[in-house]
Structures are given as structure tokens and as C-alpha cells.
Design a protein around this ligand. Sequence first.
Ligand code: DGY
Length: 322
Amino acid sequence: MKPKIFLTRRMPPAVMERLERETDLAWHSEDRVAPKAEIIAGLKGRDALLCNILDRVDAELLDSCPGLKVVANFGVGFNNIDVAAANARKIPVTNTPGVLTDTTADMAFTLMLAVARRLGEGERLVRAKQWTGWQPLQLLGADITGATLGIIGYGRIGRALARRAQAFDMRVIYWNRTRLPASEEAGATHASFDDVLRQSDFISLHVAYNSETHHLLGERQFALMKPTVFVINTTRGAVIDEAALVRALQTKHIAGAGLDVFEREPQLEPGLYQLENVVLAPHLGSATIGTRTKMGMIAVDNLLAVCAGKRPPNCVNPQVLD
Ligand code: DGY
């Protein structure tokens, strides 16, 4: 018997083919965020929910499907899922770590380069047909080589970013809730949270989003930073107090920001669109065909394992499996 899956939104083609082959698949075929009522209706009698980072999975949704065996998230972040509610119902929740590490670190580095070298401003100038030719003082940016990169949250993606930074001769410092053993520091030096803020020329955020990291950067933290710093965010928008960020950018308390994620996606804090010193991307961190396919395959591995009574490779609440 193939496991009965409900998928909330279309996945890359190779993943869809596998799902058709290996599962009894029902899915929300419109390519938009599925309203909760439609997920609840589609989930009736299903064994597994294959959802993504925009689907809110809460107690009501879990209770609507008493036979549900697993919630498999298509994404490494799982702040869209009420894990406590899943724990209370002994439902494993899975995610897709590992495969998006390099792709997301590439995006963070892309944003660093783009904002430091004023690529967005330059592109807008050329497209507006306002460019009158090379000038000695036009759009002068900041150097990356030799600068200090502060990485906040030194997990897989933070360390992958550090490796990229070393190729650019950057000095890398990091803050992590627990300091890593020297053998895993990937050439970076541990510093206190405030020292990372004070010393860095670039600050990149790589903590998971939860109640402890909500608004980790706000008014007080921006005030500690150098006025020449660039802040990069590829994790979750609400790790930054976006209103405080806009004020810090407007008042030139900081030099710029490269943002792939926002507090209320797809809405942006008023004022952000108008700022020249920010590069704005539409949550593209893991958006390559290769990585999204791997993420989908891992999500399927996870749910098939649970449905077959095995341990899934990536469970965020493994205590429910015991
Ligand atoms: C994730 O996986 O959490 C990213 O934000 C989307 O790919």
C-alpha cells in the first residue's frame, strides 16, 4: 500500500514524478499558498502532510486529520509549524537541512558583494538610461577584501559563508549560543555578541528563527555597530526589527543592508523600498533547481520513512519517535 500524501504546493518536476510513483498523491494543484481550509479538506484520510515554509501548521490543522503520521516540511526552517502541538499529538515533524547550505551561503555572499559594490544602484542607473559614462567618483563602494565579517549563528550555513569569506581574505569572527570546538571553527574567531556587532564591517545572520531570536537585531544593536557596516539577512525576516532597521538605514547609523527575507513577507516595512543603500531579494536563498530538487527529495525520504515505520533522516522532534 502506498502512503497517502497531501502536498500543499507543486514541487520541482523530478520530485513530482517520484511522488506520483511512490505515493498515493493528492495535492493542492493551484500554484499559490493553499488556504488553511483547503489544506484541512485535502488532508482528510491522509497519512502525511508535505507542506512548505508558508503553510501554517497548527493544532487545529493537526486535529483535523486524526490519522496523520508525519508533517514533512519542504524547507530547513520550520517556524511555520507549531512543534509543541505536534509533540502533544506525537506527530514527527521533519525538515530539509544540509542540502541548501552552499546555495544559501552563496546568496549571503552575493548580497554582501552587491550591497558593498552598489550593484543595485548601478543597475538602476543603467536601466534608466541615466548613465553618462565612467566617472572617477561614481558609485564608490566598500572593499570586501581585508574587511571583518561577523557571522551571527555559526551552524552549517554560517560556516559555509566563513569558507567563502576566507577566499576573499576577510577576517571572520562569529557569535554562536555555544562556542564551537576549535577544530570546527573553520578559521573564524569566537567573540561576544556585542563585540561581533562592534567590530564587523559586514554582519550576516544565520540563526534559526524562534522566540529567542525574534528581533535579535534592534535599536540597541544597530547603535553598537560601525556606521560603515552592512547587514545581511538570509535566515528569517523577524530576526531583525525591520522598523528599527529602516530607521538605522535612513539615519545612516549603518551603511547598508542586503536582505533576502522580511518580517512580513511579501510586505516590506514602509521606507525600505525607497532606500538606495539596500539590496532587496525575494527570499531566493535556496532557489536553484538543483537545491530545491534535493530539498524535495529529502522531504519525501523523510515522510516515506515515517510511513514505513522507520526513523526519518531529519526529524526536528525526535523525542516523539521513542
Ligand atoms: C528554508 O528552507 O527555510 C528557506 O527559507 C526556504 O528554502
